[in-house]
Structure formats: C-alpha cells, structure tokens
Write a protein that binds this ligand. Structure first.
Ligand SMILES: *Cc1c(COP(=O)(O)O)cnc(C)c1O
Ligand SMILES: [Zn+2]
Length: 413
C-alpha cells in the first residue's frame, strides 16, 4: 500500500557557514555581514521516515522533502540519480577489502555525478523565475547544466577552459548550449562566469546558485545510506576538485542522522582524493595547514579535478578533521592504471576522476590504513567514454587485419 504523501515538510532558509546568521531563502549565496558562503537549512521537525522514500521514483528526487525546492512543479528532471551501489567483490579481493562498494555515478543521464547539483540548481532557477542559466565547468558540469537547461527551456551559457576533452565539448554543444572556451585555466573561466552571472542575471549553477547546487550532491550520501539499508559506512573515498561534493556528502549524512534515519555518523572516515599536479588540498592536509595555497597551473590527466583554487578547500580540511579523515594524491600513471583495474575487475569504465578515487583507495588499502572488514564506499563520479583520448595514451590501438580466418585465428589463443 502506498503511504500518504506528506503535506509540506520542508521550510528552507539560508545560513552563513561562518557566522551562522540566518537569511530567508533567496537568489543569494554570500553572507551580507562576513561574505561567508550560505548553506540551505531545513526545518526538519516534521519527521521523515524510511517509509517516506521507499517505493518512490528511482531518481534523487525521491528525497524531495530534503531538497530545496518548494513546489514540485518547478522540478526540472532528466531522471538522474539512484545509480548502482555495486558490491565490488573482485576488486575488493585484490585490495584485501571484504566490504568494498563502488557508487557508480558514471551512469547518470549525462554520465557524471554533476546531474545531481545541476538538476537542483536549474530547478531552483525555475522557482526563482529566471530565464538563463550557466556554469563554470571543468567539463562534466557543462553537459549536466546544458541538458537540464534544454529540458527546462532555459538559455545556457558555459564557461570552460579551452583544453578539455572533445567528447565533453561535443556533448554540451549537442544540448544547444552557448559554449565559451576560455583560453586560460578553470579559475579564469570561473572568474568570468561570476562577473557575467552578476551583470546579466544569469543563474550560474556553481557560483551564484551554489547554495542550492550543493544540495543536489548530498543525495550521494542519501542514496548510499538507503542502499546500505540505512547503515553508516566506515570509510568514504571522494574525488575532490572544488570540494563542494565532499562537503555536501558530509552534510547529507548529518541530515540523515538529524532525522533519525541513521545512527551516529561521527565515526565515518572521509578520504579526499586528488590528482598529482593539482592537489592543493592534499598538500595543505599533509602540511597541517588550515588554508589552501592555490595551484597556479594545474597539470593532470584528471581534468575534471583541475581546479587550482578550490572554492570549498578550507571546508574540506575542516571536514577531514571532523571525520577522522585523510587526503592522498595519485599521479597520471597510477590514475590510468586504476581506470583499467576497475574496468577489468568490476566492468566499470570510468574517467580519470574515478581513477583518482580508485588509485587512492588502493594506496590506503596497501598502506594498511583501511581495515579489511570495514564498510568502504568509493565514489566513481564520471564515465570513461568521455575521456577516451587519455586512456588510449597507454593502450595499443589494434592493428587492422585482413578478413582472413587463417591470419586471425593465429592471434586468438
Ligand atoms: C566536478 C567533478 C568532481 C569534483 O567535484 P567538486 O564538487 O568540484 O569537488 C569529481 N568527479 C567528477 C567526474 C567531476 O566532474
Ligand atoms: Zn556570515
């Protein structure tokens, strides 16, 4: 029997992450007093239960009560979320881990986890009555924003560094976006997007809509919790660019605890994974600093993570302290090897960002920093088909053979 739809459970407001001042929910993302970032706060007094979500649609919108949209008619959905949480028996055996899970977000509609934050931000733009959206992107957010903009009938402006992978550009263009390839780094593209957002009233999903944007990413915590039958994982490996996702995952677990869907989450271990060549947060962590020194010219095969000046870097460091955390990096070779290891053991083909997670997981396991019995969740956030040029650099293109059974049967042993 279907449970009755609850009445309105959510009343949202914004709260400054620094000085904790409260604001009404609005098109606003920094604190008037201290310029701190604003987070969405929920009135969680009206309880949700496990039954609230069970049996609902298999998208992240099943968690509507905990998302920052007031009116369901404003949802712009391309059916993202509820991606598989795969028990990785074979990879786990190889790494000596008995309870390893891969959260496979490479199979979202635009093939990365960015469908989560982009979908929520575009929906909020609809609720605000805006007509144009956009983003600063390292590649995946471009398509996620453009696809939701197409579905919702928005103009869409993408600002991205010019050197990202061709498949990502082709994909974003196909959704009809106005694609601006900036000759510079992600930080250059980001600065320009911020100015355009302000001057032209464009809802830049990861800048002036950021408070709402990050709410989408926290569904990566909700789904894992639900898929583990409401148990708290012991170790979480998260790839980090700006750090928004790692922060959002922590927020998600905390909210589930505050509505009593999870027990105490304070024993979780958060592991931040970054690529060598753009690992400012790992660097700060290892030097015991509380601030992040930007990397001026990121140089890594993991272009999705090539954010030299991570917006949420400081907060990631705080989260690592709060959640018994660790930060580690992996170099290009380790990343590409890890892509193949995941593909060959679990049948999951990821882009370099996912390779970074798996490579760092591997290091942690080999160094004995993860107990064999612990429940480990490794986030794989993007699809390998978007970055074939990087993996082909270590694979051999097959030679073309004559369609001759004799010749060919000689190479099948
Ligand atoms: C954007 C991105 C990340 C990093 O997310 P942040 O919120 O910027 O830390 C990780 N993986 C993939 C595939 C991405 O596209
Ligand atoms: Zn403030």
């Amino acid at each position: 029997m279907q449970s009755k739809e609850p009445l309105i459970l959510t009343r949202i407001s914004l709260q400054c992450r620094e000085c904790k001042k409260d604001f009404e929910s609005a098109f606003k993302y920094v604190c008037d007093d201290c310029f701190g970032p604003l987070d969405v706060k929920y009135d969680l007094s009206a309880a949700v239960s496990k039954d609230t979500f069970a049996g609902r649609e298999k998208t992240y919108w099943r968690y509507f009560e905990l998302l920052p949209i007031e009116d369901k008619s404003n949802i712009v959905s391309i059916d993202a979320g509820m991606t598989p949480l795969t028990k990785a028996e074979k990879l786990g055996r190889q790494l000596g881990l008995k309870n390893l899970y891969i959260k496979n977000d490479s199979v979202n509609p635009t093939f990365s986890f960015k469908d989560r934050p982009a979908g929520v931000a575009v929906s909020k733009a609809k609720e605000f009555g805006m007509s144009a959206v956009g983003c600063a992107s390292t590649g995946n957010l471009a398509s996620a924003t453009a696809a939701h903009a197409a579905k919702g009938g928005f103009a869409c402006h993408i600002f991205a560094p010019s050197d990202i992978e061709m498949a990502k550009i082709a994909q974003a263009l196909s959704y009809g976006a106005n694609y601006i390839a900036v000759d510079g780094t992600y930080d250059d593209a980001n600065r320009i997007a911020a100015q355009i957002g302000d001057s032209k009233g464009v809802g830049i999903v990861n800048i002036n809509m950021r408070s709402y944007y990050v709410e989408g990413s926290k569904t990566l915590a909700y789904e894992v919790a639900e898929q583990l039958d409401w148990q708290v994982p012991d170790q979480l490996v998260v790839p980090v660019g700006s750090g928004a996702m790692l922060n959002a995952i922590c927020k998600g677990f905390e909210e589930l605890q505050s509505v009593s869907l999870l027990d105490d989450v304070s024993d979780m271990h958060m592991i931040a994974a970054q690529p060598h060549g753009c690992a400012p947060i790992v660097d700060a962590f290892k030097k015991n600093r509380t601030d992040v020194v930007p990397v001026e010219n990121p140089d890594t095969v993991a272009k999705s993570l090539a954010i030299g000046d991570p917006g949420d870097g400081r907060y990631v460091l705080k989260r690592l302290e709060q959640y018994n955390g660790h930060a580690e990096e992996s170099n290009n070779k380790e990343i590409l090897d890890a892509i193949m290891l995941l593909a060959k053991t679990e049948g999951i083909f990821t882009e370099p960002a996912g390779g970074v997670s798996v490579a760092v997981l591997q290091k942690m396991a080999e160094q004995g920093k993860i107990d064999p019995d612990e429940k480990v969740v490794c986030y794989v956030t993007g699809n390998g088909l978007k970055t074939t040029e990087s993996i082909m650099s270590v694979l051999q293109k097959p030679a073309v053979m004559n369609a001759d059974i004799g010749e060919i049967s000689a190479v099948v042993n």
